[in-house]
Design a protein around this ligand. Sequence first.
Ligand SMILES: Nc1ncnc2c1ncn2[C@@H]1O[C@H](COP(=O)(O)OP(=O)(O)OP(=O)(O)O)[C@@H](O)[C@H]1O
Ligand SMILES: [Mg+2]
Length: 302
Amino acid sequence: MAVVTPAGAGAGPVLEFSDVVLRFAGVTAIDRVSFTVDPGELFAIIGPNGAGKTSIFNVLSGVYAPEAGSVSFLGTDIVGHKPHAIAAMGMARTFQNIELFENLTVIDNLMLGRHRHIRYGWLSAMAWLGPARTQELASRRAIEEIIDFLEIEQYRKYPVGLLPYGVQKRVELGRALAMEPRLLLLDEPVAGMNLEETEDMARFILDIREELEIPIVLVEHDMGLVMDLADRVLCLDFGKPLTTGKPSDVQQHPDVIAAYLGGGSAVDVAASDAAADDEAAGGRGEPTAGTHDRPAETKGTR
Ligand SMILES: Nc1ncnc2c1ncn2[C@@H]1O[C@H](COP(=O)(O)OP(=O)(O)OP(=O)(O)O)[C@@H](O)[C@H]1O
Ligand SMILES: [Mg+2]
């Protein structure tokens, strides 16, 4: 797909997150966490509920400024930058709880993702002339490529709120792609999906990484997915980094096993945990095998 520019043309890391600390009253959500993401890499962040995963995304995207540490995106220090400025630099994200305009169609939601690529004045827009016409048509073409890529042609003119949950998650991914990101942050992209939807999403994530060469930071409780897709994994617990490494090593790391229930590998726990999940919901240690019920409520962890 020509619409997305491969990221990380330079030699250095796309992202450097160094010694970051973020506190909320009484809670250290991020406690001296460091990691880097290289060009083309799929970097996963795992950890039990409340470990600080979404907080890292909120620091990356400028929602919160950290108390200490530095964050460098494509060589620029982005701490203190506003979310729209960081998005304009090419950092796109999807949310743990879908954030789309339910009453707008798929096409219109995706067009909103094109915002950073549209630069024309109101006069030109009203007259549908010159730059307005050219940019709008280019955006339309880009959107159609994404619709094709994510196999959502049949839904393109429906209001998003009417679509199945798994399709809405795909549309949200599409909106992030519409930004032509240079780094993609995915916060639990398969949460609440059934097995088929999870497999579809895994295929799209792989394609984004391999065909479009966009580096990805993936937060996910579905350990099978993480083990299959990630190049490297960081495991957190209570805001602290436990270990970073290859998926197979992290999975066997004693501190990781202890953090997730204290027995078996993280994947074994995931496989045996499905039945107990409903009871455990809201508690710690919630790795899933991707067959969860849909979230009954939003957790408001943006
Ligand atoms: N806006 C906030 N105000 C106060 N505390 C917060 C806020 N956002 C997050 N926290 C706290 O910070 C900690 C980390 O939360 P975070 O949402 O980052 O966890 P998470 O790893 O994404 O968890 P989950 O897997 O449940 O999504 C938790 O203790 C949470 O309650
Ligand atoms: Mg979260």
